[in-house]
Design a protein around this ligand. Structure first.
Ligand code: ADP
Ligand code: MG
Length: 323
């Protein structure tokens, strides 16, 4: 996944490979610019100029959706995979009522035509599913009449009205205050657990991942540097970057807070980077090898479900007192 920029070709996502089990919540973390949103948009095939997908596969069911015709992709978007973004107010149309917007989405995805009354019923159902109180009376409201949290609920309702199996939520709560954020995340987890929705949650908040996700993928400068079950990765991180992130967060299920901590140094922009570990400049484990050769992705402690890209993964895993 590349973007053409004035400074050269930016390799925004490189060699990132992960599976999401149906019904799981997968947390994709990393600092700003790591490539998280690009992964989400690539899955939806929503990469626009100057970006392009230069290779790889997105397997959904038994098909590589990067190679299906655009017409079919339009059906998959919505009916199969939906995406919500950080800023619901920007995504909602200010001049249409919430009811009108949901009706549009419903019509664009429905395979059959429903009567207006049937549509209204489905719209009310969708709003009820995201716990919007008294949905009938909200149909005629305009987006400005909704709070930030309620707008995000409307966006989730919109993304789910066509009954997709996968929801990609790109930092869905980063503009909300803490209590509202917690409510939205609880709602997502409830939808995941009760409605068997599969969720890719993009976030820069490790606490959120610890509290809500089944698996975690950690991105750094376009690469997936670690991947595994949340419990394993938090207990035995195999990458120094993850270790730093985890070190600042209480154990899974203990808390929902914990922003990405500040780690000294900055993440490089992946333009013409040398063959080396991109984290080496910030890493206390790094030696000569790390500056000369990018580490491949290997299992941690021979656990097939836990992988990391670090020459020192065994040493990192064995460091006492990871917490
Ligand atoms: N439209 C674009 N044009 C050029 N570069 C972009 C564009 N969108 C994203 N990038 C670059 O791609 C990299 C990954 O960005 P992004 O996927 O948005 O990261 P994240 O979501 O983790 O913050 C960053 O270096 C960013 O500057
Ligand atoms: Mg992003």
């Amino acid at each position: 996944m590349r973007y053409a920029t004035e400074r050269g070709s930016l390799l925004a996502v490189d060699d990132v490979s992960f599976d999401i089990e149906a019904g799981d919540m997968y947390g994709l973390v990393g600092e700003s610019g790591a490539g998280k949103s690009t992964v989400g948009r690539a899955i939806m095939r929503m990469i626009e100029d100057p970006g392009s997908i230069t290779g790889g596969q997105v397997v959904y069911g038994d098909r590589d959706i990067l190679s299906v015709p655009e017409s079919e992709m339009q059906t998959i978007r919505g009916n199969g995979i939906s995406m919500i973004f950080q800023d619901p107010q920007a995504a909602l149309n200010p001049v249409l009522t919430v009811g009108q917007q949901l009706r549009r989405v419903l019509r664009s995805h429905a395979d059959e035509t429903y009567s207006k009354a049937e549509e209204t019923e489905q719209i009310i159902d969708a709003l009820e599913r995201v716990d919007i109180p008294d949905p009938e009376s909200r149909l005629e409201s305009y987006p400005v009449e909704f709070s930030g949290g309620m707008s995000q609920r409307v966006m989730i309702a919109m993304a789910l009205i066509s009954d997709p199996s996968i929801l990609i939520a790109d930092e869905p709560t980063s503009n909300l205050d803490v209590t509202i954020e917690a409510n939205i995340l609880d709602l997502l987890e409830d939808l995941q657990k009760r409605k068997d929705l599969t969720i890719l949650l993009i976030t820069h908040n490790m606490g959120v991942v610890a509290h809500h996700c089944d698996r975690i993928g950690v991105m750094y400068a376009g690469k997936l540097v670690e991947e595994g079950d949340v419990t394993d990765v938090f207990e035995r991180p195999g990458h120094p970057y993850t270790r730093d992130l985890v070190g600042c967060v209480p154990r899974p299920n203990e808390t929902r807070r914990g922003q990405l901590p500040t780690i000294e140094g900055t993440m490089p922009t992946p333009i013409d980077l040398p063959d080396a570990c991109y984290f080496a400049p910030r890493c206390s484990f790094a030696d000569e090898q790390c500056w000369k050769e990018a580490p491949g992705t290997e299992t941690v402690l021979n656990d097939q479900t836990h992988r990391t890209a670090c020459h020192f993964r065994e040493e990192v895993t064995n460091v006492e007192d990871n917490a």
